[in-house]
Design a protein around this ligand. Structure first.
Ligand code: 5GP
Length: 126
């Protein structure tokens, strides 16, 4: 069920629990700013979620309220994960769903990183 991206941060969300180690995940990469792990329901050969370590509901919350250091650290982490998987030459896709129209279900900012295959149209055709 999509979330309201304007709501306050809920520290009981599933990615907050993953960050605290209360729910298992496989670490692909982490640093001071970000944590990357495989999506539990992959939509492509490679489907990684990259999340900031800070408590931000969505891209909107993050872009409005995160520090310049947090933003730079997070964006660099996404780029690092892509390069570490040799995705630059073949190409890849980043996606951040925001709120109801975006279909965001987990209320902690996450960037989906898809790769390893041609990814088709950017938005599903109806
Ligand atoms: P959203 O629709 O919010 O952009 O995407 C949420 C993503 O989180 C979905 O692709 C879903 O498969 C993934 N997801 C939900 N719960 C878990 C979990 O417990 N572990 C992992 N690794 N991924 C999850």
């Amino acid at each position: 069920m999509p979330i309201d991206a304007a709501r306050p941060y809920d520290d009981q969300n599933i990615f907050a629990k993953i960050l605290r180690g209360e729910i298992p995940s496989t670490c692909i990469y982490q640093d001071e700013w970000a944590y990357a792990f495989p999506d539990i329901n992959p939509q492509a050969k490679l489907h990684v979620l990259v999340i900031p370590k800070g408590a931000y509901v969505s891209w909107d919350d993050f872009s409005a309220h995160a520090s310049a250091e947090e933003i730079a650290g997070f964006i660099r982490a996404v780029g690092h994960v892509a390069r570490a998987h040799d995705l630059v030459a073949p190409g890849y896709r980043l996606l951040a769903n925001v709120g109801a129209h975006g279909g965001q279900e987990v209320p902690h900012l996450h960037v989906h990183l898809f790769g390893g295959q041609p990814l088709g149209p950017m938005i599903a055709r109806r």
